[in-house]
Ligand binder design. Structure first.
Ligand SMILES: [Zn+2]
Length: 501
């Protein structure tokens, strides 16, 4: 069913569970390293493999990160909490259980404001947080020989336990209601804001493509906003912002088509497929196993002292929403202009460019214009381009003082990106200075005038627009390194034509 039609008949309710892998040096309950990309099963030990006789010990830095995330989300940090064993029979945990927090999470309640661009401008929604809890990540299984990469039809399966035991914080929202057709955009904006938040806190690199931040999307629909909540589906491990938005949109459409045809939504987990933009059924919750949670007997409860919590509150950096408000006020930008910078991932580089002396407007134009275009061409984020904000600030300064035209400046950018050095080195090597020496310009103008008497005749006869031909000739003679407006002025002066305006 088309999205618009689905929205005219149903009201969506969202719930988001975001898993953040913490950037600690060691795992949650042992001293194994956590570096990404190591050879399979090289970062394991008896504890994270759950061998008999091994005992887990809680990673203090992970608890600290959990508390800081909770504080940044305006949550209450509990005085006492503990871990539970979540028992299951998947091979991705060698112990046959995962250590998690069940009914006693470390952070409870709270909220996160998210800004969503709409047709009527940027709207802010307050997403209520249910809880944030600590757990350990699971290992990674890969199924070989089948066509789909799933266990069905595979010849054999491989398992890598390097990730098993890496600290995770799971942040769960309360049901997000009253967002209507903005549901896909709200989901995306929430995950983006949470990602900025944990990056600002320095607790995770939050790389979605590497799985260090991933989102489970819960979605249900109902006939009207005052009807009881519908049955929800849970789409697991969505790992890009764009996919979060698409998965919400798809599930709204899928469920609406089902209900409209008189069917019912089954409570189940679903898999997201990036290539097709579809979700497919995973496990059905109705036949899912009981995890038989029970308190983890090998770990003492976590009871953060109030002094420690307050000390950690003091380590919170300026949070992204506060920083954006401050920059917007300092730069005098509209909500829309600022939101564009945020969406383009260019806020940080623009801030640095301004710090290096450029005006906010010029910095914004360069990063959202030419540099975004080049980043798109290369398929990278604008902030990943091999050019420093200081280089961009230098180029802007040279344009401002007339040493470069916009056209030359773009050539300087190209040179810096090609690895030819700093802007000044590129200018020297490529000879890109603007020709501002009047005598050199007049020489080129005289040559152009001498070469084209017919055009000169027209201009003198009143057809001033014909001057473009001669300006073009001068620009060509100076290899584009003259200021075209200045050439035009000098040319008309030379021909004794009155300038109007
Ligand atoms: Zn280990």
């Amino acid at each position: 069913m088309p999205f618009d039609e689905a929205m005219s008949r149903f009201d969506p309710v969202l719930g988001l569970e975001v898993h953040v892998e913490l950037g600690t040096a060691t795992k949650m309950f042992c001293g194994c390293p956590t570096a990404f990309g190591a050879a399979p099963n090289t970062q394991t030990c008896p504890t994270c493999l759950g061998l008999p006789g091994s005992l887990p010990v809680v990673n203090r830095v992970a608890v600290e990160s959990a508390i800081r995330i909770g504080l940044a989300l305006n949550s209450e940090i509990v005085e006492w909490c503990r871990f539970a064993r979540k028992n299951y029979f998947y091979p991705d945990m060698p112990k046959d259980y995962q250590i998690s927090q069940y009914d006693e999470p470390i952070a409870v309640g709270g909220w996160l404001d998210v800004a969503v661009p709409t047709d009527e401008g940027v709207r802010t929604f307050r997403v209520q947080i249910e809880r944030a809890h600590m757990e350990e990540d699971t290992g990674k299984t890969s199924h070989q020989g089948g066509e789909t990469g799933r266990i069905q039809g595979a010849d054999y399966s491989l398992v890598d336990y390097n990730r098993a035991g890496i600290p995770l914080i799971e942040i769960v929202t309360k049901p997000i209601e009253g967002i209507g057709a903005l549901a896909p955009a709200v989901a995306k904006a929430y995950v983006a804001e949470l990602r900025s938040l944990v990056q600002a806190l320095g607790v995770s690199d939050a790389h979605m493509h590497q799985g260090s931040l991933r989102c489970d999307v819960n979605l249900s629909i109902r006939p009207s906003p005052d009807a009881p909540l519908g049955t929800r589906s849970e789409t697991k491990n969505v790992n890009s912002l764009r996919s979060v938005e698409r998965a919400v949109r798809y599930e709204v459409q899928r469920q609406a088509a089902l209900l409209a045809a008189g069917g019912r939504v089954v409570q189940e987990t679903r898999h997201w497929h990036e290539d097709t933009g579809l979700t497919t059924p995973g496990r059905s919750k109705e036949q899912a196993e009981d995890y038989r949670y029970f308190p983890e007997p090998d770990l003492v409860p976590v009871a953060p002292s109030r002094e420690w919590v307050e000390e950690l509150r003091g380590t919170l950096p300026e949070l992204p929403s506060v920083r954006r408000q401050r920059l917007q006020a300092e730069w005098g930008m509209s909500d829309f202009e600022l939101q564009n910078l945020v969406n383009a991932g260019a806020l940080g580089v623009v801030e640095a460019t301004v710090a290096d002396g450029a005006s906010p407007a010029a910095a914004r134009n360069w990063w959202l214009g030419e540099l975004s275009r080049l980043a798109n061409e290369r398929g990278v984020e604008v902030a990943e381009l091999p050019i420093f904000p200081a280089d961009v600030a230098r180029i802007i300064a040279l344009v401002d003082d007339g040493s470069l035209t916009d056209k030359l400046a773009r050539q300087v950018v190209a040179g810096v990106l090609a690895g030819e050095g700093s802007p000044d080195e590129v200018i020297a090597a490529r000879g890109l200075q603007v020709v501002s020496d009047d005598s050199a310009l007049l020489e080129a103008i005289d040559a152009a005038v001498a070469a084209d008497p017919d055009v000169v005749e027209k201009i003198r006869g009143g057809k001033v627009q014909a001057a473009g031909v001669l300006v073009g000739a001068v620009m060509k003679a100076t290899r584009g390194q003259a200021d075209a407006a200045k050439v035009r002025t000098l040319l008309l002066e030379r021909l004794g034509v009155e300038l109007s305006g």
